[in-house]
Design a protein around this ligand. Structure first.
Ligand code: ATP
Ligand code: MG
Ligand code: MG
Ligand code: MG
Length: 475
């Protein structure tokens, strides 16, 4: 039976409320008091201190529909947008959380009950994974729930990797709470390319991961040893758009109610007939992340979060341009989006005018150099020998026309080329060096905001003119 995205959100929160969970509103996309994280990328972010036992709440079970952005840092799905059926830069994560309350048994039972009874998914389409040594979870799935053993996949560690590099082992940071995961997949049918989790074809879009259940069971010490947590906890996350695709009998997230309406708006605004056009998907995806980032206080800039936002806006504008947009079009999608998002649209409706203004200015500024930059890029691509666009050109596009390197890469990829990232970095570094020597720039090139557990992504550096996508990795 068909369910709208809005109905799914309500059904989920009500289900967990009926199981004693407190409904907690979505937190901001800018994580509060967590400079180690670029953007909120999971429902558990706002409960981090509660899981760590630093913050006490007057409930031990919670549920939420959390807005998330994965467009930089550790989780970066920007390059997937338009290419997979299941990835967005912005999405809503439905979750239920136990803070030292229930554990594996209840977590698995709740998930199964919600999926198969409340929203009626056919059990024979579902597949589950457990961490390879997690016999406890395997037994619950098999003996209590009744999932046939051949539909439970044990997932190990990445080849040559450590347990925490596995898709099925989660950790909050290098030390602290961690534990095995169990993921639920939906089989969209053998007419779609892809294989079950753990198989060589798992990256295909036939078996789509819908729900990730994390069992926080251990406390990793600085020396790598793991102690049992006195009160194990549960953290789960399910992408609402992926469930909507199933309940609306479509394969791709981009075919669900929210996206169909949004894509129609983009097409009408620009004057495009082919609703299946990939650029329409990209624009529809990007307006969601951009609008909500601005709602949550991020402004386009040359550094840190603001630069990630700027990059997404410019990408969207470029795709609009490719579709034939004349003049500013992107900001006009804010109003329709606010209406389409239903109960999750309230914050946007309240700040619609402000968001429109910010986007309009940004889009008009970039629009002035976009066309000239595209001419230069096309000419450069015509001259490429082999399949790599040199770093100097990527840098020049960035420096003169404000093309973030990922935008140039996006265009290059469409033509079957890739960019020389190392060459680009070298050109960037040379520019920084010149600036340091000249001492004439106000920006501190070494300034970096720490994001994502401090273990990989450390921020973006900026120049006076535009901005750089230089991510500093400091493992
Ligand atoms: P995938 O393997 O498909 O990239 P993931 O394992 O990275 O997903 P998790 O970090 O486990 O995802 O997040 C929990 C859930 O959030 C996923 O099971 C999925 O339903 C949803 N999700 C994750 N990333 C995205 C995204 N970029 N767009 C939409 N939904 C997402
Ligand atoms: Mg992912
Ligand atoms: Mg996964
Ligand atoms: Mg997962």
């Amino acid at each position: 039976m068909y369910m709208s995205t809005d109905e799914i959100r309500t059904a989920f929160l009500k289900f967990f409320e009926s199981k004693g969970h407190q409904i907690v509103p979505s937190s901001s996309l800018v994580p509060a008091n967590d400079p180690t994280l670029l953007f909120t990328n999971a429902g558990m972010n706002q409960f981090k201190d509660t899981f760590l036992g630093i913050e006490k709440r007057d409930y031990s079970r919670a549920t939420s529909a959390q807005r998330c952005v994965r467009a930089g840092g550790k989780h970066n799905d920007l390059e997937n947008v338009g290419f997979t059926a299941r990835h967005h830069t912005f999405f809503e994560m439905l979750g239920n959380f136990s803070f030292g309350d229930y554990f594996k048994q209840d977590a698995i039972q709740y998930a199964w009950e919600f999926l198969t009874e409340t929203i009626g998914l056919p059990t024979e389409k579902l597949l589950v994974t457990v961490y390879k040594t997690d016999d406890e979870a395997f037994d619950i799935w098999h003996n209590t729930i009744g999932v046939p053993a051949d539909r439970i996949v044990r997932i190990g560690d990445k080849e040559g990797g450590k347990p925490y590099e596995s898709d099925n082992f989660w950790q909050m940071g290098d030390t602290g709470p961690c534990g095995p995961c169990s993921e639920i997949f939906y089989d969209h049918g053998d007419h779609i390319w892809g294989g079950p989790p753990g198989s060589p074809e798992e990256d295909g879009d036939r078996f789509i991961e819908i729900w990730n259940i994390v069992f926080m069971q251990f406390n990793r010490q600085a020396d790598g040893t793991m102690e049992n947590l006195p009160k194990p906890s549960v953290d789960t996350g399910m992408g609402i758009e992926r469930i909507a695709a199933i309940k609306q009998n479509v394969h791709s997230n981009y075919e669900i109610d929210v996206f169909q309406q949004l894509i129609k708006q983009v097409a009408d605004n620009i004057g495009v007939d082919d609703l299946g056009n990939q650029s329409l998907r990209v624009v529809a995806d990007h307006i969601r992340s951009c609008a909500y980032l601005i709602v949550d206080g991020v402004m386009p800039s040359n550094e840190g979060r603001g630069y990630v936002l700027r990059r997404i806006i410019r990408r969207a504008v470029r795709h609009g341009n490719k579709l034939g947009a004349k003049g500013a079009f992107f900001y006009k999608l804010v109003g329709p989006l606010a209406a389409i998002m239903g109960t999750a649209g309230e914050a946007l409706r309240e700040q619609q005018t402000m968001v429109e203004k910010v986007l309009k200015i940004e889009e008009e500024n970039f629009g002035r150099t976009l066309e000239r930059g595209m001419v230069m890029l096309e000419e450069a691509l015509d001259k490429v020998q082999g399949d790599v666009l040199d770093g100097e050109t990527v840098f020049k596009l960035y420096d003169t026309y404000g093309f973030p390197a990922d935008l140039t890469n996006d265009v290059a990829r469409e033509r079957g080329y890739r960019i020389d990232e190392d060459g680009f970095e070298a050109a960037m570094e040379a520019q920084r060096q010149r600036a340091r020597e000249a001492g004439q720039f106000g920006t501190d090139y070494n300034q970096a905001i720490k994001v994502d557990h401090g273990s990989d992504f450390c921020g973006y550096t900026g120049t006076e003119g535009e901005g750089s996508i230089t991510e500093i990795f400091v493992d």
